[in-house]
Design a protein around this ligand. Structure first.
Ligand code: PLP
Length: 418
């Protein structure tokens, strides 16, 4: 029966755990299948442009990694990661003013595993957690397995609104939430960056209400302009920090890391043992050799110049084609622009029409907790992957889909039906 491609009655449905029943598949993952059609331009995936990596050099360092490290890369390793990989991470963190010891860090299978481990370590069913709203849908997916009550706090161009955060913390009381999860720099999906005063206020509030802060930072090195804001972790060494090589090297290596206060890290490491015994040593040795043997920072600067050109093209196209009723963010780095349409618009419904028109995007409701009813009039569009001419065409196609719907609503309003 398997493999027929038919929708099959699930005779095992009553056996699944409650946590699986409440989980949703990621709309973006599901979209990847559609986006592979050659006539569709994808504004949906947050995939880095790895086509510009020096592939021969990568092949060379991978060969070195295997030949020079011998069988170490093929053997089980330490649950917390190889010390040599941690040295690389220590160097990357020092660039941003964070000094760590090797014991402060655990290497993970991407930052995504870090999110899952944090959920598994902190969340009991019904526990409150706080995230930006909208937030990274992969984080919502990871946390949802542990059945939290997710409270969202809105952001503006200066990042998470700390007055709203304060109100939320007050409502929940001291230690009323298990953690505050934030992507302060080039937020996914918002593209916005938290200002320094907001960063300081967030940390003050976290201390006042005794709630740990998780800083997820995959995009921090992808800055196109302006001066970097300090990492939350550089302002406060109690912050739990998630890093990854996915956007500075390659997501296929599935190498990320988590830095946390020692008691927390000890618990996370114990949880990790049950999850995977240890991450891939082979991937770690390749990462080590890539960062040690290639001018990776120069490569990244080059790739960032392309991201910047694409960001510019997208913002120009939005100005040119999008209706006056739409507004959007102006990211100084990262991968994403967040678009807000009039309240009555329904972007999940709009998606199939957009697919017919040859363009995909991420409907914003998926970036809010399931069942919250939030974000239906919003969407995330990514500028990281397609070439500029295609980006412009994609924004034009999308604008036609939006315009058609707006026309309909304008006619309804005129007729007094709304
Ligand atoms: C905010 C955020 N956190 C975590 C991840 C997962 O990263 P990784 O590839 O390291 O698992 C992503 C991936 O897009 C992301 O956008």
């Amino acid at each position: 029966m398997a493999g027929l491609g038919l929708i099959q009655f699930d005779e095992w449905a009553d056996l699944y755990a409650d946590r699986v029943r409440v989980m949703r598949t990621s709309a973006v993952r599901d979209l990847f299948a559609a986006a592979s059609r050659s006539d569709i331009i994808s504004l949906s995936g947050g995939m880095p442009d790895i086509n510009r990596l020096p592939l021969e050099k990568v092949a060379e360092v991978a060969a070195h990694a295997i030949l020079e490290e011998g069988v170490a890369g093929l053997q089980y390793g330490d649950t917390t990661g190889r010390p040599q990989t941690k040295q690389i991470i220590r160097g990357l963190m020092a660039d941003f003013g964070v000094e760590i010891d090797l014991e402060d860090v655990t290497v993970t299978t991407g930052a995504q595993q870090g999110l899952d481990l944090l959920g598994k370590t902190f969340i009991n069913p019904g526990d409150a957690i706080i995230t930006e709203g909208p937030t990274y849908l992969g984080a919502l997916q990871a946390f949802s397995a542990y059945q939290p009550k997710v409270h969202t706090v809105a952001f503006d161009e200066e990042g998470m609104c700390t007055d709203l955060l304060e109100a939320k913390l007050k409502e929940l009381g001291p230690r009323g939430a298990k953690f505050i999860y934030t992507i302060p720099t080039f937020q996914n999906p918002g593209g916005v960056t938290m200002s320094l005063p907001r960063r300081k206020r967030l940390l003050e509030l976290a201390h006042e209400y005794e709630v740990p802060v998780i800083e997820d930072d995959p995009y921090g090195r992808l800055r196109f302009e302006g001066t970097p804001e300090p990492l939350l972790r550089s302002l406060d060494n109690e912050v739990i920090y998630l890093g990854t090589v996915s956007k500075v090297f390659a997501p296929g290596l599935r190498t990320g890391w988590i830095i946390a206060p020692l008691p927390i890290l000890k618990k996370l490491n114990m949880v990790k043992q049950g999850t995977d015994l240890c991450g891939s040593a082979l991937n770690q040795v390749i990462v080590e050799h890539y960062f040690n043997e290639t001018p990776w920072a120069e490569t990244l600067t080059l790739i960032c110049a392309h991201y910047r050109a694409r960001r510019d093209t997208m913002l120009e196209a939005l100005e040119e084609f999008f209706p006056p009723e739409a507004s959007w963010t102006h990211p100084a780095g990262g991968f994403f622009v967040w678009v807000t349409l009039p309240e009555y618009m329904d972007t999940p419904q709009m998606l199939s029409v957009a697919l017919d028109a040859g363009v995909t995007f991420v409907p914003g409701d998926g970036c809010f907790p399931a069942g919250s009813g939030l974000g239906k009039n919003t969407l995330r569009i990514a500028f990281c992957y397609e070439e500029p001419e295609l980006l412009r065409e994609a924004v034009r196609r999308l604008s036609l889909v939006i315009e058609e719907r707006l026309e309909l609503y304008r006619a309804f309003i005129k007729a007094g039906a709304l």
